[in-house]
Design a protein around this ligand. Structure first.
Ligand SMILES: *Cc1c(COP(=O)(O)O)cnc(C)c1O
Length: 368
């Protein structure tokens, strides 16, 4: 099916940035600088500055960022780590793959971990918590930080969807021991392939990640500091990301403008829940604009039939996939979300006509 409005349009964005991206490409290609060069260091510095941490370490993916964060503090077999029941599976797989047990907690109306339910999930084996800032809106880090202090838990922020979001002016990814980032192409800051990073203020965690991403090797001395991995952010990707990072503040404003237009157009539709929350201390960067319709399938089918490409994340909660060996404790909000969600087109490439078209088709579902 060809859509009138595509969910994302990477080719269109490339055209807008073509001169700068091509120049970055030619520089890397002519010098043959592919692994751990100036472009990577420059991007790491700029990312750390943007997030507000001392260090950033470029990795191959968001998954690697989560995985190395847990390894950095020795979380493993016998340990429990609290994760939200509604998230991308990588959050949970990172815990399982270090040999620890993921303990699931339901989410609230804002799609983020329900802070009121965290305490009942804590046992004497709990070592850490991974709050996920889903869709571009932060989990309540003030309350989560308090809880973590009280129970001596390590916080690893899964900030993969919330670059630029903040609470009380402090950015996502600067609260926990680490902030974990993904530059998967359709993230708010996306590369042209996989990519990720850790941000942290802790020099030993940064050093650990720098070594482990390169098979445990200290690249200056050649000493191996353990059995590591191959999960470095490619220099070419870093060069592209460094170009795009400069545009991010403007892109966030554009996303907020689109969100406001959606809000204004849909505010009177009672059966459609919109992702606008009245917490004065947190701001949304709208990585995704996820609405909730009573019958999510009928709603998203209507949009697709009328030429609007939408995304559904996720119709089947991850813990119901048998092969993962997780337990379904009954998570009512996660269950409701999984029936109702539908992500509308939300990206900086959208033009005015397309936004109008999305609005028209959504309204026609309710008002015809
Ligand atoms: C994208 C994403 C990840 C994983 O990132 P990859 O780079 O694809 O490994 C983890 N958690 C969340 C919430 C994400 O959206």
């Amino acid at each position: 099916m060809t859509y009138k409005v595509r969910f994302v349009n990477p080719g269109r964005l490339y055209k807008l940035l073509k001169d700068e991206l091509d120049q970055a490409y030619f520089e890397v290609m002519t010098r043959g600088d592919f692994i751990d060069r100036e472009q990577l260091r420059s991007f790491e510095e700029n990312l750390a500055r943007f997030v507000g941490t001392r260090y950033a370490v470029g990795l191959n993916s968001g998954y690697d960022a989560l995985h190395l964060s847990l390894r950095a503090v020795g979380i493993g077999s016998g340990d429990e780590v609290i994760v939200p029941a509604h998230t991308f599976l990588a959050t949970v797989s990172a815990v399982a793959n270090v040999g620890a047990t993921p303990v699931l907690v339901d989410v609230g109306k804002d799609f983020n971990i329900d802070v009121d339910r965290i305490e009942e999930a804590i046992t004497d084996r709990t070592r850490g918590i991974i709050p996920v800032h889903l869709n571009g809106y932060m989990a309540d880090m003030i309350r989560i930080t308090e809880l973590a202090k009280r129970y001596r838990l390590i916080i690893v922020e899964d900030a993969c969807q919330s670059l630029g979001a903040s609470q009380n002016g402090r950015r996502a990814g600067s609260w926990g021991l680490t902030g974990c980032w993904s530059f998967y192409p359709f993230k708010i800051l996306g590369g042209y392939g996989d990519g990720g990073a850790i941000t942290t203020d802790d020099s030993s965690v940064a050093l650990f990640a720098r070594r482990m991403r390169y098979n445990g090797e200290d690249r200056e001395t050649g000493d191996y500091h353990g059995h590591g991995f191959t999960c470095l952010l490619d220099n070419l990707q870093a060069a592209f990301l460094d170009v795009k990072l400069r545009y991010l503040p403007a892109w966030i404003l554009k996303r907020r403008q689109i969100a406001e237009r959606y809000r204004y157009a849909f505010q009177n539709i009672k059966d459609l829940q919109l992702p606008h929350y009245d917490s004065a201390d947190r701001d949304h960067v709208y990585q995704n604009y996820v609405v909730r319709a009573k019958d999510g399938d009928a709603f998203s089918d209507h949009l697709k039939r009328n030429g609007i490409e939408v995304l559904v994340q996720w119709r089947k909660p991850y813990y119901r996939h048998k092969a993962l060996g997780l337990f379904d404790h009954g998570f009512p909000e996660t269950e409701a979300i999984s029936r109702e969600v539908c992500s509308l087109p939300m990206n900086v490439e959208l033009d005015d006509e397309e936004i109008v078209q999305v609005i028209k088709v959504v309204r026609s579902y309710y008002l015809s």
